[in-house]
Every structure is written in C-alpha cells, then in structure tokens.
Design a protein around this ligand. Structure first.
Ligand SMILES: Nc1ncnc2c1ncn2[C@@H]1O[C@H](COP(=O)(O)OP(=O)(O)OP(=O)(O)O)[C@@H](O)[C@H]1O
Length: 253
C-alpha cells in the first residue's frame, strides 16, 4: 500500500556564488544580527557557511486516495518540497518516507541519460521499474506513438530540442503507472497542441495512481484533481485543508 510520511522536514542550501567572497561578506553582514538555526530564513550552518533555509518544519502524511495540491507564491518552496520527496535533496533535519513505486513529472532530464537514444532511455526506465520484456515492448510502442519523434527515437537525446525532450519524457512518465506520482506544474504548461494531446493521458494517469502530489499556480487544477491543499509560505505550511477552504484564503491574501 502506498504511503507518504513527511516529518519535520528542513531543507537548506549553502550559498555559493561566482563572487562568493563578496557575496559571503555581504550576506554575513545581513545575517549577523539574525537568529541562527533552522527557524531563520537566512542562517549559518555548523561550518559557519551562510545557508538559505528553504523548507522549515514541514509535516504531513498521505494515504491511498489522497491527492495533495501544493500552492504558494514564487519561491515558497513547492519545487524544493517535491524534489526532497523525490530524493533529489537530502534533508538537514526531519525525514521523508515513501512507500510504493514512485513516479515523477518534475524535470524532463530527470533519470535520462542524454548520451543514449530515446529508445535506450525507455528500456532503461523499464528495467528500473522491473518490467517484463513483453511490457517493455508495449511501453516502447506507446511512447513512440505519443512522442512522434520519427527517426529521432534512435538518436542520442542530446540532439533533441527542448520540445522533443518534453514529449519523450512526458510520454515515458505517463506510460508507466506509479503508485505515488509527484508532479510540477510546468508539465501542464506545454504549447496548446501538445497539451490537447497530453491532457487525456495525464488525467488517466492521475486516476490510476494511488497518491498524487502536484504543485500548481492554477486553482482550477486544484479544484479538479485535489482532495487536499497545502499552502506553503516562505518555506512553512501556512494552511492545510480542503481545496475550497485553502484556495479561498490564498486568493484573498
Ligand atoms: N539550489 C539552490 N540554492 C539556493 N537557493 C535555492 C536553490 N533552490 C531553490 N532555492 C531557493 O529556495 C526558495 C524556494 O524555491 P522553490 O523553487 O522551491 O520555490 P517555488 O515555490 O517552487 O517557486 P516558483 O513558484 O517560483 O517555482 C527560493 O527562494 C529559491 O531561490
């Protein structure tokens, strides 16, 4: 049975920069009077580096049937939370536990080897999911039909345009049904002809998956798909409730 357990999650990034010396000095000035530690947005870590505390004490649990929407202004921490749940970022405190086969629609390059062809990447992903040979062939045909890349299916992915990359990544991610699906909203913002083709496929995938977590700025998607919404504000949960309640408060703020 799929489950997600996020407990007291803290994610920080050390600030590195091309001009890190001067940046460091100016940031050091900025934070010198601030509280240090995970409750401050800018702080110093144990090695005296300046860090941005992007997520601070996030807590929630999800069970099969839950469809969670993440909403919040730019820089609130939605993408960081999705990436931490996908295991891309390591928490500095707290934990993320996911039970069940995990699928992501976060970044078209994620899990792809651009030196390999589209077809080879499909094979790799299927092996990662432990699929039988017969299923791999079905998935290969399914993705080939959807992505419509012609001869490019057998060309290294580094030769693909951005649009071609998205078509292959989207086709592949929606061809295999995970138990837990993490999705960032830019996957729903392709050009009109792509979206028309993609929407039905995406809706069917969302229907099949046991738990969905989606980040979006679009209230209509929240209302259509989600059973619960978390409003993130400056790396913390400002409100957690039904889509109607949270959206009303968010839009009124
Ligand atoms: N690798 C990084 N290093 C330093 N800061 C980062 C890094 N990644 C994200 N941040 C910062 O973390 C904060 C949250 O970013 P995040 O992308 O998670 O926000 P978001 O809610 O998804 O925003 P948006 O709606 O604009 O996509 C921002 O202030 C961002 O600048």
């Amino acid at each position: 049975m799929a489950a997600i357990d996020v407990r007291n999650l803290h994610i920080s990034f050390p600030l590195y920069h091309g001009a890190s010396r001067s940046l460091k000095h100016s940031m050091a000035e900025a934070v010198s009077g601030w509280r240090s530690g995970p409750s401050a947005h800018l702080a110093r870590d144990a090695r005296a580096r300046i860090v941005v505390n992007v997520l601070r004490g996030i807590d929630f649990q999800l069970r099969p049937g839950d469809r969670l929407g993440l909403i919040g202004g730019n820089g609130a921490g939605k993408t960081t939370l999705l990436r931490a749940m996908a295991g891309i970022y390591e928490p500095i405190a707290g934990r993320v536990q996911i039970q069940g086969l995990l699928g992501t629609l976060l970044d078209p390059n994620l899990g792809m080897n651009i030196e390999l062809t589209g077809r080879e990447n499909i094979g790799l992903r299927c092996r990662f999911f432990g699929l039988a040979r017969a299923d791999v062939q079905d998935i290969e045909h399914n993705v080939e039909d959807f992505a419509n890349l012609g001869d490019f299916m057998d060309m290294p992915m580094k030769t693909y345009s951005a649009g071609m990359l998205v078509r292959l990544a989207f086709g592949l991610a929606t061809a295999i049904t995970p138990q837990v699906l993490l999705m960032d909203e830019w996957f729903m913002a392709g050009d009109a002809s792509f979206m028309e083709k993609a929407q039905h496929r995406l809706a069917a995938l969302v229907e099949r998956t046991e738990i969905l977590v989606v980040s979006t700025h679009q209230p209509d998607i929240m209302c259509r798909w989600c059973t619960r919404v978390i409003w993130l504000d400056n790396g913390m949960i400002r409100m957690d409730g039904t889509p109607d309640d949270v959206l009303a408060a968010y839009l009124a703020a």
